[in-house]
Design a protein around this ligand. Structure first.
Ligand code: ADP
Ligand code: MG
Length: 693
């Protein structure tokens, strides 16, 4: 009788009962549980260079023989280290020496002993002519029987639970893989996927191969097959959701004379990219199917004006339009712009933010919120007012990356399928718009307004503040304004940072002829508003601030930005910050101050001196921080992907998309048995509550 996924581990031939017990203790009792515990990396233990040591920045795997061990102690406190002297256990380089070191782990002397053969993994470094690895991952190759599993092959390495060792798990997967037949599991992917790259592959083969592959090429193929499977699931979900929205019956909002009047009253001409994006939006809005569109454009590309023009389409159809911003400062800014541009057209604009409503401040500002308001502007506090949002024709969500999917879903529920436009300045690679934002259509503003002064960016040592103050003085005398950005509010011992408050005091002294304001996250909303209003009105020349100005703030007269301790920020964040200047006709200057000796920061930030192309900068960020980090955040609430790094593979993501579209064409309810397990994932309605967590 052949083994199945449901078989207990006790039924696996040759799997020692001792190991079965260990696995049971950790909750692993079935074949399926072992086979679905995927390795997170592999070591090619067939390579010749296992037998020679070389200092390197990348960790490598070596097979070694222990020749000497010992604990060394130093200092009175009894700190010390355990050292094992090793040499290659075979091959031409025998006699070459390497030291393995474990700090403050004297008990290692009971684990590692002379004469043992080990597989070690880690970065080899050189010091004083000796080669060493500190705290390597290691496996002891003890008896000949298991050695064939753990060495001389492409070896899987697993993330472990507490009680299971690498070798135990690997031994188990080995025996499970040997005992499973060629068709122990049905395919999830449709047969169409078996063309081209995946000819000859199926789920069973991919699963076996991802544990034990005979070549690196097969391993890669297996990884891609399983990634395709995973992406296929995501695509089924976004395509299904997208279709559900399209079928849910919205309203047609046709833009008329109002939108045209708006455009011709603008103090500037819209760029080609703005016009094109607006047309795409208006076309969507004119159709009865609800719009679900992402407006994507680098900082300063002019998304707001496109949004306002779009909102007029809803108003002309007798509906209200809402614009939501991630911060109060931004909501107020949009409100001011809307009043400036839209009230002359006879429209009634209202602002609603969290604090204002509670304190009744709204009435003071702009009459009472009601059906009479054509345009509603607010933070996401807007969402909490069901009455407010019942007549919405269009919802615009600014800086979507700060919002997350949850709020969007919530609004759609309350607003009874309005058209939705989300806007972001975060450059998102195409593959991600297909997955994470895969239920959205995308418009891109890939062109900046022409009449803009250029931005000069420099990385400078923190000690150059005196020169910086002199330069700033000059700019202020010409009537410009400046942002001086500090990373923290309070002086912190641990992080040696000159905090915003202290910076504020310093700059007040340095710039006696100008008015300096302070803005930080701990001010009340009202205080923030006042400061921001004064800065916008030119009553403040200089704004000392924390990163609360990071997104969206638009004061075209501001031409100087100094970022203190710029080394503490990510590239993308600095790019966003810098986007606060260079918004008017004057040339702008961004200076990134870093500690004098921080060469790493200087080289990392150099790209900002070179380019202001957000796309290039975010690619660089991605390269440096790795996809896991960037994706982790971007996905906001979704389970992390197992094969996230392959998301960069456009071809694979597109293939998944095509397969999903086809599947849903042929089988909209996903009744095919192969999809039984996928179905709940695809059809899960994310309630806002569940997604908020
Ligand atoms: P973002 O895309 O970063 O949200 P904004 O919408 O805030 O950018 O626009 C930045 C500034 O550029 C605003 O002051 C806006 O009025 C101005 N602007 C927008 N479009 C144009 C244009 N076509 N020509 C000149 N200035 C423009
Ligand atoms: Mg904006």
């Amino acid at each position: 009788m052949s083994l199945s996924l449901d078989s207990p581990l006790t039924a696996v031939p040759d799997l020692p009962p001792r190991l079965v017990k260990v696995l049971e203790k950790e909750g692993l009792t079935k074949v399926a549980e072992v086979i679905s515990w995927l390795p997170f990396r592999h070591e090619d233990r067939t390579r010749d260079d296992l037998a020679s040591f070389q200092a390197s920045e990348v960790p490598a795997c070596h097979q070694v023989l222990v020749t000497k061990t010992g604990n060394k102690f130093f200092g009175r406190r009894g700190s010390g280290m355990f050292e094992a002297q090793v040499e290659p256990s075979a091959g031409a380089s025998m006699g070459q020496l390497l030291t393995l070191r474990w700090w403050n782990m004297p008990f290692m002397s009971r684990v590692i002993a002379e004469g043992q053969r080990l597989i070690v993994y880690g970065k080899v470094k050189e010091f004083k002519g000796r080669l060493a690895i500190d705290h390597p991952e290691y496996e002891i190759l003890d008896d000949d029987e298991t050695q064939a599993i753990h060495s001389g092959r492409i070896t899987p390495v697993y993330r472990l639970k507490a009680g299971v060792t690498q070798k135990t798990l690997r031994t188990a997967t080995w025996h499970v893989v040997q005992a499973l037949g060629d068709d122990f599991t049905a395919d999830i992917l449709p047969p169409a996927s078996e063309a081209g790259e995946f000819a000859g592959w199926n789920r069973a083969r991919a699963l076996k191969t991802i544990h034990f592959a005979d070549t690196m090429e097969h391993l890669e193929r297996a990884r891609r097959y399983l990634a395709l499977e995973e992406f296929y699931g995501y695509q089924l979900r976004v395509v299904r959701r997208r279709r559900a929205v399209l079928e849910s019956g919205g309203h047609a909002h046709v833009a008329g004379p109002l939108a045209r009047d708006f455009e011709s009253a603008l103090p500037f001409e819209m760029t080609g990219a703005q016009k094109r994006s607006l047309l795409e939006i208006q076309r969507d809005m004119a159709s009865r199917a609800p719009m679900n569109r992402l407006l994507h454009g680098d900082v300063g590309s002019g998304k707001t004006v496109v949004a306002f023009a779009a909102m007029l389409g809803a108003v002309e159809s007798g509906k209200q339009a809402a614009l939501m911003a991630p911060t109060q400062i931004l909501a107020e800014q949009h409100f001011n712009t809307a009043r400036k541009w839209l009230e002359p057209l006879g429209l009634n604009v209202a602002l609603r933010t969290g604090t204002r409503a509670e304190e009744g401040g709204l009435e003071l500002l702009n009459g009472k919120m009601s059906d009479k308001n054509h345009i509603l502007i607010g933070t996401h506090a807007l969402l909490h007012d069901a009455d407010l949002v019942k007549n919405l024709g269009l919802v615009v969500i600014d800086e979507q990356h700060k919002f997350g999917v949850a709020q969007r879903a919530r609004l759609i529920q309350k607003g009874n399928t309005p058209d939705v436009l989300v806007m972001t300045a975060t450059p998102i690679p195409r593959t991600l718009t297909l997955t994470i934002y895969g239920d959205l259509d995308v418009s891109t503003i890939d062109e900046r307004p022409k009449a803009r002064g250029k931005i000069v960016t420099k990385v400078r040592p923190l000690t150059k503040q005196a020169e910086a103050a002199k330069f700033l003085n000059g700019q202020l005398e010409e009537g410009r304004q400046a942002y001086l950005v500090y990373p923290l509010i309070e002086e912190s011992e641990k992080l040696d940072v000159t905090a915003a408050k202290k910076g504020y005091e310093q700059w007040c002294k340095l710039l006696p002829h100008f008015s300096v304001g302070l803005l930080h996250g701990k001010l009340s909303a009202e205080e923030k508003d006042f400061v921001m209003r004064d800065f916008r009105a030119g009553k403040l020349d200089v704004l000392v601030s924390t990163t609360v100005i990071e997104v969206g703030v638009d004061v075209p007269n501001a031409t100087v930005m100094y970022v203190h301790h710029a080394e503490r920020y990510g590239l993308a964040q600095l790019h966003q910050l810098r986007g606060r200047i260079g918004r008017g006709e004057h040339a702008s200057y961004c200076v990134l101050f870093v500690p004098d000796k921080d060469d790493e920061a200087k080289s990392r930030l150099a790209i900002l001196e070179e380019t202001d192309d957000g796309f290039r900068i975010s690619e660089e960020d991605l390269k440096r921080r790795g996809p896991g980090d960037v994706l982790g955040k971007a996905q906001s609430g979704q389970a992390p992907l197992k094969f996230a790094e392959l998301l960069a593979d456009t071809r694979l993501v597109r293939l998944a998309r095509q397969l999903a579209e086809k599947t849903l064409d042929e089988d909209p309810q996903l009744r095919a048995p192969r999809l039984a397990e996928m179905r709940p994932f695809v059809f899960k309605e994310e309630t806002p509550q569940a997604m908020m967590q």
